[in-house]
Design a protein around this ligand. Structure first.
Ligand SMILES: NC(=O)C1=CN([C@@H]2O[C@H](COP(=O)(O)OP(=O)(O)OC[C@H]3O[C@@H](n4cnc5c(N)ncnc54)[C@H](OP(=O)(O)O)[C@@H]3O)[C@@H](O)[C@H]2O)C=CC1
Ligand SMILES: O=C(O)CCC(=O)C(=O)O
Ligand SMILES: [Mg+2]
Length: 473
């Protein structure tokens, strides 16, 4: 079955039923060490995960690790350019749940991202990145504890599909020519616009299916959160990219009110309902005036449309959602992408789950991680219906590679997400306690040590792992 790897002789496969993992007590879990600092952070993470499972279950449960290769290490074992060998893909497909360190992607030319390839090959459509503060973590922000968000990033499409053509390439030039001569002139709204002849060209597909399955997962997650965190914010730049990012927003709302009608309320619906609650005699037109700034300056057609919207909402959900009942529902709202970057800093506690397209989620997850202590504290999971691959938000940080220096917290916390996904909450809780207590005792790696006041001597990557284990008890 495999060319150059051998599966552990003990352990059993995780299987999937209705999109959920069915987990034996001794699951075989493939891992990829990763490039760059993967050499430092993976062994540290593995040690902490094993210690937590042993402490929590005293041998009743154990992970059988299965080493598989990707990136530079794969080329050493399989030969030049063998960055993502078939063995690795077969093992991940076979065992369903895997964890990985970061993998390098060259800028400009060279191979396309192995990280993105894994997400696409296994249809891991939801990239879940929680950003939560551990008390005592130094932060450039004044009130980092107010940020407690989970980014749900669509993980398979958008410009990450990687359909693009280099400037000057034959197909790129042909495409520009067809667009300039045929397709743009045939689209009146594009007027006389033309694409510069010396442009590189990339395609940004955003599908209804891709958007809705992501939002569906985000809403299901919100339903499991405490009432005050039951909120999903659709993040988009739909004012500029109307048919991709704007459509993501519209499809998100459409899904919320069709599949989750009794459990959700949209922000706009909540305004309409609360306007009527404050004044039961409010006319439909005055209600419309309150929800739409500049209502009186709108054309009569537009005004009629908004009045109709108000009527439809009151007719359809006043019974189920009115008189304050909407306050117990999952609130679905939307924010423009640039604005959300300032909102998570200025009003962090107003947000909970942020549902995003691929590129926006990539940017936003680094920015949010920075608020709660930096990339060393940013875990993540790539989840599909029949496979899950856990990995940190950050990359290979090449300048720190091999120095036993960087913070393994992000991979360790990705491992915590994996344990929670397996249903091994006791082991996950031990690690969260150990990590929290190590930080509270100022036992931290360089990235956090440099922000602490007064400064402390940093621990090595491996020493931080040991400190976490010491603080289990
Ligand atoms: N999923 C993946 O595997 C990902 C891979 N990549 C790839 O990684 C490579 C390097 O990308 P780059 O842009 O440098 O981004 P990185 O995320 O690798 O590193 C950027 C900076 O973040 C800080 N940082 C990263 N990891 C840690 C850590 N564990 N502990 C403490 N600080 C950390 C360091 O800051 P400082 O030096 O200031 O302390 C580092 O220089 C690229 O090839 C990129 O494509 C990028 C993102 C994700
Ligand atoms: O694949 C890469 O090299 C970068 C991906 C990335 O930045 C991310 O997924 O957050
Ligand atoms: Mg990124």
């Amino acid at each position: 079955m495999y060319d150059k790897i051998t599966a552990p002789t003990t352990g059993a496969k995780i299987t999937f039923k209705n999109g959920e993992p069915v987990v034996p007590d001794n699951p075989i879990i493939p891992f990829i060490r990763g490039d760059g600092t993967g050499i430092d952070i993976w062994p540290a993470a593995q040690k902490v995960l094993d210690a937590a499972v042993e402490t929590a279950y005293k041998g009743k449960r154990k992970i059988s690790w299965f080493k598989v290769f990707a990136g530079d290490e794969a080329c050493e074992v399989y030969g030049t350019y063998q960055y993502l060998p078939q063995d690795t893909l077969t093992a991940i497909k076979e065992y369903g749940v895997a964890i990985k360190g970061p993998l390098t992607t060259p800028i400009g030319g060279g191979i396309r991202s192995l990280n993105v390839a894994l997400r696409q090959i296994f249809d891991l459509y939801a990239c879940v990145r929680p950003c939560r503060y551990y008390p005592g973590t130094p932060s450039p922000h004044k009130t980092p504890e107010k940020l407690d968000v989970i980014i749900y990033r669509e993980n398979t499409e958008d410009i990450y599909l990687g359909i693009e053509w280099r400037q000057g390439s034959e197909i790129g030039d042909r495409l520009i020519s067809i667009l300039n001569k045929e397709l743009i002139p045939a689209t009146p709204e594009h007027g006389k616009k033309q694409i510069p002849l010396d442009a590189g060209i990339g395609i940004k597909p955003i599908s209804k299916t891709g958007s809705q399955r992501l939002v569906r997962r985000a809403i299901k997650h919100a339903l499991l959160l405490p009432k005050n965190k039951q909120m999903v914010t659709l993040v988009h730049k739909g004012n500029i990219m109307k048919y991709t990012e704007g459509a993501f927003r519209d499809w998100g709302y459409e899904l919320a009110v069709s599949e989750f009608r009794s459990e959700c309320v949209t922000e706009r619906e909540s305004w309409i309902l609360s306007n009527k609650e404050s004044n039961p005699n409010l006319s439909l037109e005055d209600n419309a005036r309150k929800i739409e700034p500049g209502f009186d300056a709108l054309t009569s057609d537009k005004q009629a449309q908004i009045v109709e919207e108000v009527k439809t909402v009151l007719d359809s959900i006043w019974e189920s959602h009115g008189n304050g009942k909407w306050k117990d529902k999952v609130m679905v709202n939307d924010r423009i992408a640039d604005s959300i970057f300032q909102q998570i800093q200025t009003r962090p506690d107003e947000y909970s789950i942020l549902a995003t397209m691929n590129l926006n989620g990539d940017y936003l997850s680094d920015a949010a991680a920075a608020i709660v202590g930096g990339l060393g504290m940013g875990p993540g999971a790539n989840i599909g219906d029949e496979c899950a691959v856990f990995e940190a938000t950050h990359g290979t940080a090449p300048k720190h590679a091999g120095l036993d220096r960087v913070n393994p917290g992000s991979v360790i916390l990705s491992g915590v997400m994996m344990l929670e996904y397996l249903g091994w909450q006791e082991a996950a809780d031990l690690i969260k306690k150990g990590l929290g207590d190590a930080i509270a005792n100022r036992q931290v790696t360089y990235d956090l040590a440099r922000l602490l006041e007064p400064p402390v001597e940093p621990l090595k990557c491996s020493e931080f792992a040991d400190a976490i284990i010491k603080h289990f008890g």
